[in-house]
Design a protein around this ligand. Structure first.
Ligand code: APR
Length: 309
């Protein structure tokens, strides 16, 4: 069987780390693209020299030419400006949507049937822009949200309880922003709901920390944003698609009437397989959860208003 091909656009912190995770998992051969000459080539070569030690056979090619991305099965887009301290996601819309447009046009020219995974922020708006500019069916376009937010929540629960991260499962839906909706009722430790293990105030604190986890890291780094967890989380989505695992991963997906939401991308539990988003699972939400989700929808609508399409 021919190897799969995964393109990562943007060879910065998130993109380069994603390329490494993808190669280490041998999901396929990786093409790393950036607008800056030399950077993707240098980073790709460095990773190729790590391959013999780690023992992976995936190749990583660095390039500035989209011709090299032809026939990609999955394309992960991380190109854009990261959020700086004090900078709102809304501030980034104008710049990053321009970058998304130019990247997506090039990508679909060479890979007209690909599946797009968007990482660039503000996430839900960038996924929408990517979908519009790509002309791809909505199930072939999605964004990194709950896979990352849910991983962060898992880490916080495990830290609080002193249990293995492996046994902690979480569910975070809504926008990939402060209005995301962590769902404690759908979060468990080996099947035990966290509501039976943690006090209400502890759960509230964990939910709050999850919502602001990106900002917590920006405040430490000062000149950049998180990349280890984002790159690992998006490679999990890519793996489910490439290997047709049909994992249920909350992702920014096209809402077509679910909870009354239409014509936008928002975080929902999605079945990811070789056709992209193969199903969306509708959760039975409480009145409060519905209210929070609606607030998230409203916030995304406001951001979409800044988009020039
Ligand atoms: N085409 C290709 N690459 C581009 C383009 C473009 N038009 N414009 C910028 N880039 C590249 C930059 O040259 C840089 O190498 O995108 C890369 C971005 O890398 P970083 O600045 O290190 O940013 P990073 O931390 O990787 O974050 C990228 O992911 O999580 C989100 O909020 C984050 O939107 C940001 C994105």
């Amino acid at each position: 069987m021919a190897r799969k091909k995964i393109t990562v656009v943007g060879a910065g912190h998130v993109g380069a780390t994603t390329a490494l995770w993808v190669a280490r998992k041998e999901l396929g051969d990786v093409v790393l693209v950036d607008i800056v000459e030399g950077v993707p080539q240098g980073k790709a070569l460095d990773m190729m020299e790590a391959a013999p030690v780690e023992g992976f056979d995936s190749t990583i090619t660095g390039t500035n030419d989209y011709k090299d991305t032809a026939g990609s099965d999955v394309v992960i887009i991380t190109a854009g400006l990261p959020r700086k301290p004090g900078m709102d996601r809304a501030d980034l819309i104008k710049t990053n949507s321009g970058i998304i447009k130019s990247v997506v046009k090039e990508i679909v020219k060479y890979s007209p049937n690909t599946i797009l995974l968007i990482v660039t922020n503000p996430l839900d708006v960038m996924v929408y822009a990517a979908w519009k500019h790509s002309g791809l069916p909505p199930e072939r376009v999605m964004g990194l949200s709950g896979a990352l937010d849910g991983a962060r929540m898992r880490a916080f629960i495990a830290m609080e309880l002193g249990v293995s991260v492996k046994d902690v499962r979480t569910m975070v839906i809504g926008g990939h922003a402060d209005t995301m909706v962590p769902l404690p009722d759908f979060s468990t430790v080996s099947g035990v709901p966290i509501t039976q293990l943690l006090s209400k105030s502890k759960i509230k604190a964990i939910a709050h920390r999850t919502k602001h986890a990106g900002a917590e890291i920006v405040a430490f780094l000062k000149t950049g944003s998180a990349y280890y967890a984002p790159s690992r989380a998006v490679s999990e989505m890519a793996e489910s698609i490439i290997r047709d695992q049909k994992r249920v991963i909350p992702s920014a997906v096209y809402a077509d009437g679910i909870y009354g939401v239409k014509n936008m991308f928002i975080g929902l539990p999605a079945v990811l397989g070789s056709n992209g988003v193969e199903d969306i699972i509708k959760l039975k939400l409480s009145a409060d959860e519905k209210k929070e989700f609606k607030a998230s929808v409203k916030a995304i609508k406001v951001l979409l208003g800044h988009l020039d399409i």
